[in-house]
Design a protein around this ligand. Structure first.
Ligand code: NOJ
Length: 737
């Protein structure tokens, strides 16, 4: 921070009343309180608003800078998670999990920059993104918001995204603040119940969950968000060890820290560690939270605590210092309205980028030879399934459908291309007949117990919605129609998955099988002996062994954004050679969870008597229309660089993601049999070989000891390189360090 900014910040703080400091620490949800109340807050000197768009934001900013005593500009936050999705005119990119399937740092940075440009053009300054929680239990509703299950991949892509959002200069017109969230170990809640307690130690946190956040700090991330949950009974909101000792002292974070939604009230109402707002406010402030999202009662609470001498006003000064410093670095005092880049919202260049991202994310999981489909042999193609023509399922979470800003839009807005439309585009002019049938519903409902008289009625509904032999017969006419349309077809493209009621906050799932009658639908279609390609349009890994059994090819599309449907169709018909790799493992059955690849080794092979140890699909997996061979693995210990020769042995050009894993053979604390330590994408023409060099992180060979320090223990390591995390895909080199 420059001396000049430091001086200006201290000058303002010296003029601020206690009330103004408390207001500066508050973030008010405009969509909840309405514009009139929001303006009152602006006059009082509030620090921030969230969930306001365009004109509303500009109007509130005017009030803040003209009608508040100190004229401190407000910073506006929004959940622009995969594009500025709460604005219906914006570019909607693939979900964060789909982005992770690209393993493409540069692409993710470009998506960050495009999103920043659109957000800034809408008059806003800050996105609550990226999510750096690890998605290790697919029952969790928020899996689609993560970069998947691996700390290294999450850290690399998270850092790229942050650079894309912020650029080199926070005051630039196309720069917005990033927010690394949710700090920390939020994805690890017991039973994958969103926002519940996490039963882990701080040693484990430092080893497995901190690394992506460390990279976020190194990338200059301006803000962090405190998680909802708790670690071993201590709410994160009140956890000074996490928020101060680790985040500030250890990681040297110098931005500002915001709580998640209503965290301060949750200390009273949900987590029950306080019984009044004064104590809760004191706890949150002392733990190191600088800005308080939504719990506006904090304003009175903290003022009362300072007046009664229970909280030192210096604590508030420190929080305000963090906030004002960022506001200065953003240039907000000189220019309270970001100009952005006029005309950039939903512009063609950004839509091209969305298509590129969708293409790179499509991951082919099985292929009995049906892919790529040769158009020549086709006369009739049928596209079937609940997610074939459902843009809401394709978009996934955090769009204007799932989180409409009240009074704004909820209807799908063109342009977008569903899978059905993509197939029609691909086959246009070919004379091939394309027919469509819905097939059955996803029936992805959020069942609220309060809607039913008792548990029995609740479970009866769940059962009936998911069993053909019960009341599910209401779906039979659709299934019959699909089968009759499929008759005589040369190819079935079937789109199954989940829908937006089955993802996001509050929407964790106990069951990862396909919901509704989808299993019945695929069973019936597969008996018709027509080549069948199943596309999973889903927010998360599902337990779908029967889909693998019944399909000639399985493609994972996750939530591909605006052009997800087009991208899948291009892969099906061979216009794009697939290059997606899974950032997360798929379980065979729900009870097999967790199946993430780098669990600590145990004694009994990791299997159940009724289920193998191996996942249905492993981390890093993904097929291409060509093959890659690995050889000549070398390691330069001085530069920590692995090099490996990769050859494209097939007939077409392709892009391989070279993955490097490390096994620390003997260590004083247990380590996984392999951990991802590097990756790079490489394009290879048919028959071409390239030597790929990948520099590993300094931390790649380290381990966190019980005293929570990270050290490198000398000894033997196995370095592995290859196509996926599966043993059979990797070549090995033993090294001594
Ligand atoms: C709660 C979510 O947990 C967080 O991720 C989000 O950014 C905030 N709400 C604001 O919408």
């Amino acid at each position: 921070m420059s001396m000049e900014v430091k001086k200006k910040v201290e000058e303002i703080i010296s003029q601020m009343t206690l009330e103004e400091k408390a207001a500066q620490m508050i973030q008010v949800p405009v969509a909840m309180v309405g514009m009139e109340q929001a303006k009152e807050w602006a006059r009082r000197g509030v620090g921030s608003f969230l969930h306001a768009l365009g004109d509303d934001a500009r109007e509130l900013q005017k009030v803040a800078v003209n009608e508040s005593r100190l004229k401190i500009p407000v910073v506006f936050g929004i959940d622009a998670i995969h594009g500025h999705g709460l604005n219906r005119n914006a570019t909607i990119f693939p979900s964060q999990l789909s982005m992770a399937s690209t393993w493409d740092r540069d692409l993710v940075e470009k998506i960050g920059h495009a999103t920043a440009t659109e957000v800034a053009t809408d008059g806003l300054h800050w996105t609550f993104s990226p999510v750096l929680c690890l998605g290790r239990d697919p029952r969790w509703g928020r899996i689609s918001e993560t970069f998947g299950e691996d700390k290294y991949l999450s850290g690399e892509l998270g850092a790229s995204m942050i650079k894309g959002y912020q650029g080199d200069d926070l005051s630039a017109d196309d720069s917005i603040l990033a927010c690394a969230k949710h700090f920390i170990a939020y994805g690890e809640a017991t039973g994958a119940r969103d926002a519940y307690d996490t039963q882990i130690t701080y040693r484990k946190i430092k080893d497995e969950f901190l690394p992506p956040f460390k990279k976020a700090v190194e990338a200059g991330c301006a803000t962090f968000m405190t998680a909802y949950g708790s670690v071993d009974g201590t709410p994160l909101t009140a956890d000074r060890k996490a928020l101060h000792d680790i985040l500030r002292d250890e990681l040297k974070f110098d931005g500002f820290l915001i709580t998640d939604w209503d965290n301060v009230n949750a200390l009273i109402r949900r987590q029950k560690v306080c019984d009044n707002i004064g104590d809760a406010s004191a706890l949150a402030a002392k733990a190191g939270n600088d800005m308080i999202m939504c719990s506006t009662e904090f304003y009175e609470g903290i003022i009362e605590q300072v007046k009664s001498g229970k909280v030192d006003e210096a604590q508030l000064d420190e929080a305000v210092r963090h906030i004002l410093t960022i506001k200065f670095r953003m240039g907000l005092f000189a220019k309270p309205d970001k100009k952005g880049v006029p005309g950039s919202i939903g512009c063609e260049a950004h839509r091209e980028l969305a298509l590129k991202a969708a293409r790179e994310s499509v991951t082919v999981l099985t292929n009995d030879g049906v892919l790529p489909v040769r158009k020549k042999k086709l006369r009739k193609v049928v596209v079937i399934g609940p997610n074939a023509d459902d843009i809401r399922a394709q978009y996934g979470d955090w769009t204007y459908f799932t989180h409409p800003v009240p009074g704004k839009y909820t209807e799908p807005q063109r342009p977008y291309v569903t899978l059905l439309e993509g197939v029609r585009n691909s086959l246009e002019g070919s004379g091939i007949d394309v027919e469509y049938s819905y097939g059955c519903s996803v029936n992805g409902r959020s069942y609220y117990k309060g809607d039913y008289p008792d548990t029995e009625a609740f479970m009866k509904q769940v059962y009936e919605d998911n069993r053909l032999d019960n009341d599910g017969t209401k779906e039979m006419p659709y299934i019959n129609e699909a089968a009759s349309i499929a008759r005589g077809a040369d190819l079935i493209i079937l789109a199954l998955g989940d829908n937006y009621n089955q993802m996001g906050e509050y929407n964790d799932r106990a069951e990862l099988r396909l919901s509704g009658m989808q299993e019945a639908l695929i069973r019936i279609l597969s008996t018709m002996k027509i080549p069948l390609i199943t596309v999973l349009i889903t927010s998360k890994p599902l337990a779908v062994p029967e889909v693998v059994r019944d399909s000639d090819a399985v493609i994972c599309a996750f939530n591909g954004g605006m052009y997800g449907g087009q991208a899948v169709s291009e892969v099906i018909f061979g216009d794009f050679n697939p290059e997606g790799r899974l950032p997360i493992s798929f379980p065979v059955v729900t009870g097999q969870v967790p199946v993430y690849y780098n669990q600590l080794p145990g004694w009994h092979e990791g299997r159940y008597v009724d289920c193998p140890a191996e996942p249905l699909f492993a981390f890093g997996e993904g097929l291409s229309y060509t093959w890659y061979e690995y050889s000549d693995i070398k390691f330069d210990a001085d530069t920590k660089t692995v090099s490996v020769k990769v050859t494209n042995t097939g007939k077409v050009k392709g892009v391989e993601t070279v993955q490097i894993y490390i096994d620390d053979v003997v260590s004083s604390v247990m380590t996984a049999n392999k951990n991802l330590a590097g990756f790079a994408k490489v394009e290879l023409a048919s028959g071409e070989s390239k030597t790929v060099s990948i520099k590993l992180d300094d931390d790649a060979f380290s381990v966190v000891l019980p005293d929570e320090t990270r050290v490198i223990e000398p000894g033997k390591f196995i370095i592995m390189a290859g196509h996926s995390s599966k043993d059979e895909d990797l070549i090995r080199l033993a090294v001594e360090l």
